[in-house]
Each structure stands twice: as structure tokens, then as C-alpha cells.
Design a protein around this ligand. Sequence first.
Ligand SMILES: C[S@@+](CC[C@H](N)C(=O)[O-])C[C@H]1O[C@@H](n2cnc3c(N)ncnc32)[C@H](O)[C@@H]1O
Length: 272
Amino acid sequence: MIVKEKNGEGFLDLRICDNLELMAEIKDNTIDLIYCDILYGTGRKFADYQDLKPIRSEIESHYIPRIKEMCRILKPTGSIYLQMDTRINHWMRCIMDDVFGYDKFRNEISWWYKRWSNISFGFQKMHDVILFYSKDKSKFNIQYQDYAKPNEIEDTVRGVIDGKLVRLKNEDGSYKKRETENKGVPLHDVWEIQHIQPTAKERLGYDTQKPKALIERIIRASSNEGDLVADFYLGSGTTAEVCKDLNRNFIGCDINPRAIEITLQRLNDALS
Ligand SMILES: C[S@@+](CC[C@H](N)C(=O)[O-])C[C@H]1O[C@@H](n2cnc3c(N)ncnc32)[C@H](O)[C@@H]1O
């Protein structure tokens, strides 16, 4: 099935199919940004889909042909972000290095969240990993975060603002008033963003749904209005909705018909 929704001057193209089928239809060097929240290798049967097993040969036989296709269809100025957790990130990084090149690695972003978890042997697992690679010379829009709060810089007399070393406190120890508006400091690679809570308005009841705020950061950093963004593991359509909000064109698919049904519903709700 193909559903092509209008998005202002642009489009949102949604398919129910295996992502290999969709990628085979896309010409070389077409996509500006790929974001995929991939199968994590939990081996679990979720209500909506069956995950892969955490077995290296199974992970490689699923991902190697798909990552090669992603590399082929990405523009030379394009970027790719793959989200997973620590079960398979080491294998995925080797696959990405082999296909894109070790020198095309840009960041390993940690998405740090708080959640209830059972006591287990070892430290509580509280982050996902997002691997960011470029194809050749990718574009990048620097994102900013707030300065540390005054109590966190209590003992700091000097700090770097807009690339300049400045005094943060007056001679008498009081805090210096900032005269000029500033954007903050460039965003680092550990992102604290709330998981979708059980009562959140955003929650659609699709297993493993991700927060819009997380995907928004990626789309703002590595694409511009009118660019073409793709998600080949679409789930409940979070990436499609963010593209709609930010005036990006979108192409994506999911093998599960219910995923596309939920995506269409949320896009229509966002319109009304
Ligand atoms: C981790 S979930 C994505 C969740 C999504 N980010 C969201 O916010 O709802 C992965 C999705 O990939 C889909 N999927 C698994 N194998 C696929 C394949 N070969 N082609 C297309 N989609 C696939 C599953 O049905 C599932 O919806």
C-alpha cells in the first residue's frame, strides 16, 4: 500500500512493506537524512512485532543488506542516525564502519532517560545509543542547550560563553548579570529526554514508541526545510509527524499494517 499525504508544498510518503523492498525503489543519492529506531535484538515478541534475537549472525544477516542500501540512497551531504541499545550497538558500529567507513563516524549519542526497572545484577540500564554517521560531507546545524544552572557553577569564576573566556562572577563573588541574549552552549552527546510516560498525551499505545522531542533534535541538526527524511522502521510514525511539524518531506515504511494505520491516524489528528 502507498499513501502519499500532502504536507504544505511537500509530501509524506508511507508504505506497508519490508524496508528492503522500499529501498530497492529509491534511486542512488536521494535522501538527506535517515533516522531509524531499529530492531534492538531483544528476541522479544512485542504486541506489534517480533524482534530479532541477540545473535551476531542473525543481526548481521538482517542489517548488512539494509545498511548497504541506506548508504546507496543517502546523498553525499546526507546523515544517518540509528537508534538501539547496548545489546547490539557494538556489532552495529562494526557494520556501519564497514559500509560507511570508520572516518564517517560522527557521534555516539546517549539518550538518557529515567524509568522504573527491576533490580538486576550490575548497574541499571538507563540509556539508548544513537549512532550518527555521515556519508561524505554532511551538513550540520549546531543545536544549543542552556548554560549550567548557577548552583552548578557556584565555584566557577570563569567560563566559556560564545567561544570566549569570560568572568561569571563579579569581584565580590556575586553573579554577573548577562547583558546580551545568547543561544547557550553547543549541545553535547548525552541527551536527557523524558521517556513517554503512561499518561502522556503523546502516547499512542504502540510498543517502543519514541518521544517526538528526541527525533526533533536529530531532524533539526541534520536537515533543513524541504529536505527529504526517511525512516525505514517507522512504528507509530513519530518521525513522520515531526517531519510534518518541521516542513520536511518524508518517506518511510513499516512491515506491520497497524503501524501505518496509527501513523495515518496521528497525522490526521495533527491536522485537525
Ligand atoms: C523499534 S520499532 C519503531 C518505533 C518507532 N520509532 C516509534 O516511535 O513508534 C521498530 C519497527 O520496525 C518494524 N519493522 C521490523 N522489521 C521491519 C522490516 N523488515 N521492514 C520494515 N519495518 C520493519 C516493526 O514492525 C516496528 O514497528
